[in-house]
Design a binder for this molecule. Structure first.
Ligand SMILES: C[S@@+](CC[C@H](N)C(=O)[O-])C[C@H]1O[C@@H](n2cnc3c(N)ncnc32)[C@H](O)[C@@H]1O
Length: 256
């Protein structure tokens, strides 16, 4: 599977960074000592955690060597772990287990979320943000193109590659394990430079499961062109060369 592309991901760093800041702002924790950032990527979410709690011992974990290399280059003094979240075996409890825009790539939230909360120390928190955008025109566009007879069976797995459940699922899974829960959703009304920018946004994240299943560059390019035609309908260019690209995200804070 091709690795993540840090440069492409960071192209929209302001808009991608804001949900992490919003999640951190809601956290009611005085002085967490041990923090881990699961799916830390290039380390921008880890930096925000460090800014809020400069005295904490913070680690970042990610399965992508390219993303982690960028994080390591920016902060060689911090502790970085190359691992899949599924395989992570925490050594001791954490005061904050944080994850921004990563757990939607990990399967079986019915066991994952209780397991992660089980590694939080009493008084600490599990704090998670995930895209929750399944009914958006962008998601529908990728799905529609993937159903084209040309590649429908090859892309079946990609259509089923999101693991995010409705908010009520997390409430039910966590309510008896958590001392307190804070669950909310926000739709960010992002303004971007037209449908091509929407495609670029998707290319570094939600399009990956489709693109990585196609056998060659020619098919990948054809797939992107067909997506762009759909995106041009859904996110029309305005007279200033921009478009509104609403993006919904789910936030979960479970205190122990
Ligand atoms: C959208 S980026 C978010 C990065 C960072 N948290 C931020 O806020 O900028 C998602 C990251 O999750 C990582 N990731 C995806 N699936 C993973 C898994 N199963 N285990 C560990 N990391 C994973 C990717 O490598 C990528 O760096």
């Amino acid at each position: 599977m091709p690795d993540w592309n840090p440069q492409l991901y960071l192209k929209f760093s302001d808009q991608r960074g804001r949900p992490a800041a919003d999640l951190i702002a809601q956290l009611q924790l005085e002085n967490p000592q041990r923090i881990i950032d699961l799916g830390c990527g290039t380390g921008t979410s880890t930096e925000r955690l460090q800014q809020r709690w400069p005295d904490a011992q913070i680690s970042g974990l990610d399965s992508s060597p390219a993303m982690l290399r960028q994080a390591q280059d920016s902060h060689p003094e911090w502790h970085w772990i190359e691992s899949r979240i599924e395989d992570w075996q925490p050594a001791g409890a954490y005061n904050l287990i944080f994850s921004n825009a990563a757990l939607h790539w990990v399967a079986d939230h019915g066991s994952l979320f209780p397991r992660l909360l089980g590694s939080v120390a009493p008084g600490g928190a599990l704090a998670v943000q995930m895209p929750h955008n399944l009914s958006s025109p962008a998601t529908r566009a990728m799905k529609k193109v993937s159903e084209d007879a040309h590649w429908s069976s090859a892309l079946e797995g990609a259509r089923a590659s999101t693991f995010v459940q409705p908010a009520g699922f997390y409430y039910q899974e966590l309510r008896k394990l958590a001392a307190r829960l804070n669950i909310w959703e926000t739709e960010y009304l992002q303004i971007v430079d037209g449908p091509l920018a929407v495609l670029e946004w998707l290319r570094s994240t939600a399009l990956r499961p489709y693109l990585e299943r196609l056998p060659d560059d020619a098919q990948r390019q054809q797939f992107e062109e067909m997506c762009l035609a759909e995106l041009e309908q859904a996110y029309p260019l305005d007279d200033q060369g921009r478009t509104l690209f609403p993006y919904r995200r789910m936030f979960i804070i479970a205190y122990r």
